[in-house]
Design a protein around this ligand. Structure first.
Ligand code: COA
Ligand code: MG
Length: 293
């Protein structure tokens, strides 16, 4: 799960484009990109499109439903689960309890649609409310549906009354860096994927590339996109390089050859267990991206 491309669920034309964009995941949106009066239309359009076209794309298909406080979530699920999405994105999640709540709902919908129990995964956005940011630790042990956690700055700005999320140099201010940090830590604690948030200036590819590189450096394993042109940039940034794969494979081999000790020396440098763990994680990511290791 490197690239996750958002597409408004009420646009047949954009849905077609999104399915061919080469994203690991397409997130069909029923929430903030859909006007309140268009929710029903978006459900119908999205459900019909996914049902008819899912086999035409290699992307996994997730649906972003409206959050649990809106009263719209049940109708979203009733309309979309029959289309057989791979996962549900839960916005404005306040804690791990919200994931469990959604999980209970999904269980019923899966049973009603003859889908295996647990077939549909959950990806919550965990920083869209102030309470959500503070509850980041509660996503550990919420169950096997949790595939990852991600974050968002727009709704958090509104929640805390911040006039801007970034300073004059384009760097996130403290509240937002904290939310971003909590996302990486929550993912680490829950042992799921850490997915970085969107970058809204979709014409500024240089800044986008820089943000992808920083996210990959900091432990994120994927990033959300709002425009098809962002997808290949994300896929490149989050695919381990040939050198990194070679180095990690050599490190794993060196530990094996030495009888799996605590520490080895390679080319005059010390490597211990955390280095081994990091190398194994990188190789797993490479394999998930289709690279043989
Ligand atoms: N998925 C699929 N197709 C998309 C797309 C997306 N996310 N974003 C743009 N496109 C299509 C456009 O429809 C256009 O198609 P066309 O050439 O057939 O007309 C083409 O890509 C080029 O788009 P462009 O003109 O550069 O942008 P735009 O002004 O049409 O759209 C946005 C800009 C922001 C409205 C659009 O990118 C978008 O809807 N993004 C997703 C928004 C969203 O889902 N937000 C919720 C999560 S934050
Ligand atoms: Mg939002």
């Amino acid at each position: 799960m490197r690239s996750l491309l958002f597409v408004p669920g009420d646009s047949q034309k954009k849905l077609e484009k999104a399915f061919g964009a080469g994203a690991d995941v397409v997130i069909v949106d029923l929430e903030d990109s859909i006007a309140p009066q268009n929710k029903a239309l978006a459900r119908d359009t999205a459900a019909r499109f996914i049902t008819e076209q899912w086999h035409q794309t290699k992307s996994a298909i997730y649906v972003r439903v409206n959050d649990l406080s809106t009263g719209l979530t049940d109708d979203d699920l009733a309309a979309l689960v029959p289309a057989g999405p791979d996962g549900i994105m839960l916005p404005k999640s306040n804690s791990g309890q919200d994931v469990q709540h959604l999980s209970a709902k999904l269980r019923v919908h899966e049973a009603e649609n003859d889908l295996p129990d647990g077939a549909i995964k959950i990806l919550p956005i965990i920083t869209e409310t102030a309470a959500g940011v503070l509850a980041a630790a509660t996503y550990a042990n919420v169950g096997a549906r949790l595939v990852g956690v991600t974050w968002g700055a727009e709704d958090l700005s509104a929640a805390v009354g911040a006039r801007a999320a970034r300073d004059e140099n384009g760097r996130y201010t403290d509240v937002f860096r904290f939310a971003r940090t909590m996302t990486v830590l929550a993912a680490g604690a829950a042992e799921v994927a850490a997915i970085d948030t969107i970058f809204p200036n979709f014409r500024d590819m240089a800044a986008f590339e820089a943000e992808c590189a920083e996210a990959e450096r900091d432990g994120f394993t994927g990033k959300m996109a709002i425009h098809p042109t962002q997808v290949p940039v994300i896929n490149t940034a989050f695919t381990p390089s040939t050198e990194a794969v070679k180095h990690s494979a050599a490190l794993v081999a060196a530990f094996e050859a030495a009888g799996n000790p605590g520490v080895v020396g390679i080319d005059g440098k010390m490597y211990d267990r955390p280095h081994l763990r990091l190398a194994e994680r990188l190789l797993a990511r490479a394999r998930a991206a289709g690279i043989s290791t």
